[in-house]
Design a protein around this ligand. Structure first.
Ligand code: ADP
Ligand code: LRH
Length: 499
């Protein structure tokens, strides 16, 4: 077909979705991107014994289903690209097969390892060699956990494939390593832009597992004959996009040439700004910011904030205990709950692990002398307001780290469907929030496929295309609420002075 089309699979920690994208022109001849949802499915952690896993074969199956539905809808995508959450991986044995089920990044095996490695190597030295905020899920801690417990899988492994590369491999048979994902491992050195083999040797992680990273927009190879036959489709080429969902989402922020601040809002909240080079000074570690590789040669200075995960886990609890509630309903209930009644520090470590989320929130409020939330609306309001205040703190930290000032905040990702969160965020930061697009990761994924197809030249052109194609909603801070948000921010800082 002559249509310029691509197919994006965007895998979040809570759901996966497939979007077909097509380049066209509007009535006045301006180039636009049209997207259409082809498939959507839940993604869940599966507990097996002591461990938490991803159901990787189910994800593969849903991708195949998404490809089939796309062709059935009349699209003939030239390329396909997969982006996923960061850090996780599968191990491939000598025969080319996947060794077991990949661990979920919330698996408890990495507990205590941040402290252990910081002590052993020195926190600043460790930080400077990766540029990453120390998060318990970082690949380095997962691999070290396997190495020190004598993992049989690690011993049998010949190649490590990060989740998007793993899914692409299962579809094409071609192993590859994409750059933005590589930078989430804490094993990739941004100074030399190469793998930190010394650290691997120190930790008993075989350096031969790691492939040379390729840039976002690299063609990987055609879907295998087996997949093509199974799905009865013509050849489709897989592209390594900005394979880290966060990198893809940032690529689709409809910003112009001026420096801007963004918040990628989903299971996690990633707040930061785009730079040409990583910022490896001690203050970056002190403020707990990451430097992650982005598309188009960028580095992303951002903070990982616990995000809507906390609300997701409350919702899961209510769904499982017979009081199910949907996200739109939760937002309505929160809307009518009393403002700024109790606040939590969303990044308190207790909120990281799955289950018992409402009891954890109640305990937190008790311990800090605040009233406990009593119903779904109060829990949701407490979570959303606390996130909004955390966003203000992170935004101010990003300004102090870079010397930039931001007039507003771009919000993208599924979380912006929660309009209350967007409004609260605008009031908390005291600046406008520019919200959209919600499907930023899928759109950024498509954009890099069009780069690979030779249809888009660079990131600036890609962002102009997003601006021309997707409307944004602007939320202004509520002037009448200014004083109460200032007071709330002071209360918040007492709970979380930093970082
Ligand atoms: P991820 O990619 O990390 O799985 P998403 O970007 O899909 O996450 O965002 C999921 C979050 O978006 C949910 O936790 C929920 O809070 C929010 N959300 C999704 N749909 C709605 C909705 N209809 N109304 C309000 N919030 C929503
Ligand atoms: C968001 C995200 C984030 C972290 C986490 C593991 O989906 O990719 O950037 O890496 O997941």
């Amino acid at each position: 077909s002559l249509r310029v089309t691509a197919l994006a699979f965007d895998m979040g920690a809570s759901s996966g979705r497939a979007y077909a994208g097509e380049l066209g022109r509007d009535a006045s001849g301006i180039r636009t991107l049209q997207v259409a949802e082809m498939h959507r499915f839940d993604n869940e952690a599966v507990r097996v014994g002591k461990h938490l896993h991803w159901d990787i074969l189910r994800l593969l199956q849903e991708i195949k289903r998404g490809i089939r539905k796309t062709f059935q809808a009349g699209y003939e995508p030239r390329t396909l690209g997969i982006d996923t959450w960061g850090v996780d991986f599968g191990l491939i044995d000598e025969g080319g097969e996947l060794l077991g089920n990949p661990y979920h990044y919330r698996d408890a095996q990495t507990e205590g390892l941040i402290e252990m490695l910081s002590e052993r190597f020195g926190a600043q030295a460790l930080f400077a060699s990766s540029g990453l905020q120390f998060m318990p899920f970082n690949t380095v801690y997962q691999l070290y956990a396997m190495s020190r417990t004598g993992s049989v899988k690690l011993a049998a492994a010949r190649t490590l494939l990060l989740t998007p590369d793993l899914l692409t491999y299962l579809l094409t048979g071609v192993p590859a390593c994409e750059f933005t994902m590589a930078t989430t491992t804490q094993l990739f050195d941004p100074r030399t832009r190469s793998w930190n083999k010394e650290l691997m040797r120190e930790l008993g992680i075989p350096e031969t597992l790691f492939l040379e990273p390729v840039a976002p927009g690299t063609r990987i190879g055609k879907l295998s004959d087996e997949v093509q036959e199974e799905l009865r489709i013509p050849p489709v080429e897989a592209v390594a996009v900005g394979s880290h969902d966060t990198a893809s989402a940032i690529a689709a922020v409809p910003a112009g040439d001026e420096p801007f601040a963004y918040l990628v809002c989903g299971t996690w909240s990633l707040l930061g700004t785009e730079l040409a080079e990583p910022v490896l000074k001690p203050e970056t570690l002190e403020m707990s910011f990451s430097n992650e590789g982005g598309v188009g040669g960028t580095y992303q200075l951002l903070k990982n904030i616990m995000g809507l995960w906390i609300l997701q886990e409350c919702k899961r609890e209510w769904d499982e205990n017979g009081t199910p509630v949907g996200y739109p309903q939760l937002a309505l209930l929160a809307e009518s709950a009393e403002p700024l009644r109790s606040l939590i520090d969303p990044d308190d470590a207790r909120f990281y692990g799955p289950s018992d989320m409402t009891s954890k929130i109640r305990a937190y409020c008790r311990e800090t002398g605040q009233p406990e939330p009593r119903d779904q609306g109060e829990f949701a309001r407490c979570i959303l307001e606390s996130l909004a205040l955390r966003y203000r703190q992170a935004l101010e930290q990003a300004e102090s780290l870079t010397g930039r000032t931001f007039a507003g905040l771009h919000m993208v990702g599924g979380g912006i469907q929660n309009k209350l969160l967007c409004r609260l965020s605008a009031s908390a930061i005291g600046r406008p929030v520019i919200a959209g697009p919600a499907e930023a990761s899928a759109i950024g994924n498509l954009l890099l496929q069009f780069v690979a197809q030779g249809e888009i030249a660079d990131l600036a052109e890609a962002r102009r295309l997003v601006s021309a194609s997707f409307p944004v909603d602007t939320y202004e801070p509520e002037p009448a609420d200014k004083a109460s948000w200032e007071a709330a921010y002071a209360r918040f800082l007492a709970l979380r002075p930093g970082p």
